[in-house]
Design a protein. Structure first.
Length: 455
């Protein structure tokens, strides 16, 4: 008898491997082209409309190329034009056409005077870089924010960790298209993803002296799918081209998990620590990675970077202006700032907070309950592999985003990419230690099944 997770996993493998992965590639690019075209026509955000007009063409070209690969595969299945290297090339070209090209286009138009070619977070990060250069802290104090005109008070807040201001430093020095913060977000994202891919591809897929045939091929295919989720998936390409601050954070988290999968806990801690010095979204990933490190007797090495780097980034801002740091990093995200966050996507937490009496308290209680459930899971069955770590992080962030009173649709890029990244982290020796959901066989006992859930 085969359990439901195993059956689901097998179905996914059949879909993912159909036509050597080209079938799912076709679906990804075709659906993305439709999404970009709809965005170009219907979005109320002008940077998004501009992205859609360019990205729709890029996705359409990729769709046509994959159709050509499928036709060619029917004639010559071993052709280099339809293999895994060719799929990597199409992915890279698609990312360039749907994320990097719109990004550069908008940054050039913005430098020429267009004021509708960047989302507000780009301006916030660049202003933070300027304040960091002039005053030693990226944050404005509550009095300085209150003195701004009401329509500008929201932009006075910097709800990020201090390290994010580094991406705004080039603009503080030179006003040019290449100093747009999004350009440097893209550079940081590409560098972190490249290091992650090199780390995973540079290590054998199995810890065995003679891995089974096809293991490396399956690992590389899963790695490509993970990279696609972090780059050409519309939610990621759109975010990078129009705002971009989440992408280097995500890429550093993926790098940390790749380093964990290749048994480099100290470096994994440094990578997730860098992400945590940029944005709070990396902190839950850091916590789960520390628990993973404890199972390897390396919790201290992981924690040194995962906790040490964010603290080192916070200390200068704390010493320069403690009230400014508290107002931006704590009060504003918790809804106690002078203005409220515009992040109001209609997820359950936001709907509960706005529609029910004492809804904000109810949503907060649900969020805390979810956090407690995850903590119990970590205590009872700590993740012993990078795969389990990625899955816990992905599902945990998905629940958190759903229950947060103030959130954005774009934040879904974190759980989607983390969950897609998990299969690329698999090692043959990991299966007996901490199997992925669905790897338990039909002979598994009910106790094994109950112990294998990822809350």
């Amino acid at each position: 008898m085969v359990d439901a997770p195993t059956a689901l996993r097998r179905r996914w493998r059949r879909v993912d491997s159909a036509a050597d992965g080209l079938a799912l590639d076709l679906g990804l690019y075709a659906v993305s082209a439709a999404f970009a075209a709809i965005t170009a026509v219907t979005s109320t955000l002008l940077p998004h409309r501009a992205w859609g007009g360019v990205a729709a063409v890029g996705y359409l070209v990729a769709t046509v190329v994959v159709i050509g690969q499928l036709l060619l595969r029917r004639r010559t299945p071993v052709s280099r034009l339809v293999g895994l290297p060719a799929r990597w090339a199409v992915t890279a070209a698609t990312w360039a056409g749907t994320a990097l090209l719109p990004l550069l286009w908008q940054s050039v138009e913005r430098a020429a005077g267009r004021t509708d070619r960047a989302q507000e977070e780009v301006l916030v990060v660049e202003q933070a870089g300027n304040r960091l250069l002039e005053h030693g802290t990226p944050y404005l104090g509550p009095d300085a924010i209150a003195a701004l005109p009401p329509g500008e008070q929201l932009l006075g807040y910097t709800p990020y960790q201090p390290g994010m201001a580094v991406f705004g430093l080039p603009r503080a020095l030179v006003d040019a298209p290449w100093t747009d913060a999004r350009v440097w977000f893209a550079v940081g994202t590409a560098l972190a993803l490249a290091l992650a891919v090199l780390a995973l591809r540079g290590t054998p897929a199995a810890a065995l002296s003679a891995p089974p045939p096809g293991v490396d091929q399956r690992r590389d295919s899963a790695l490509l799918r993970g990279v696609q989720a972090a780059t050409v998936l519309p939610i990621c390409a759109l975010t990078l081209a129009t705002g971009g601050d989440d992408l280097p954070v995500l890429a550093l988290c993926l790098l940390a998990l790749a380093l964990a999968a290749t048994d480099r806990p100290g470096r994994a801690g440094l990578a997730v620590g860098l992400a945590g010095a940029l944005k709070l979204f990396a902190w839950p990933v850091a916590l789960v990675l520390i628990v993973w490190g404890l199972t390897r007797r390396a919790g201290g090495r992981v924690a040194a970077g995962a906790i040490g780097l964010p603290i080192a980034a916070l200390l200068p801002a704390l010493l320069v202006d403690r009230d400014a740091l508290t107002e931006n990093v704590l009060r504003f995200p918790l809804g106690h700032g002078l203005v409220t966050s515009p992040a109001q996507s209609p997820f359950p937490g936001h709907l509960i907070a706005t529609a029910l009496p004492a809804g904000r308290l109810i949503a907060a209680a649900l969020l805390v309950a979810a956090g407690v459930a995850i903590a119990v899971r970590l205590a009872r069955r700590p993740p012993r592999t990078a795969v389990a770590t990625a899955l816990i992080c992905g599902y945990g962030l998905l629940v958190a985003i759903a229950l947060m009173p103030s959130t954005r649709f774009g934040y879904l890029l974190y759980p989607l990419a983390l969950l897609a990244w998990a299969p690329a982290l698999q090692r043959e020796a990991d299966a007996a230690t901490d199997p992925m959901p669905g790897q338990l066989t039909g002979r598994a006992t009910s106790a094994q099944l109950s112990g294998g859930t990822t809350t």
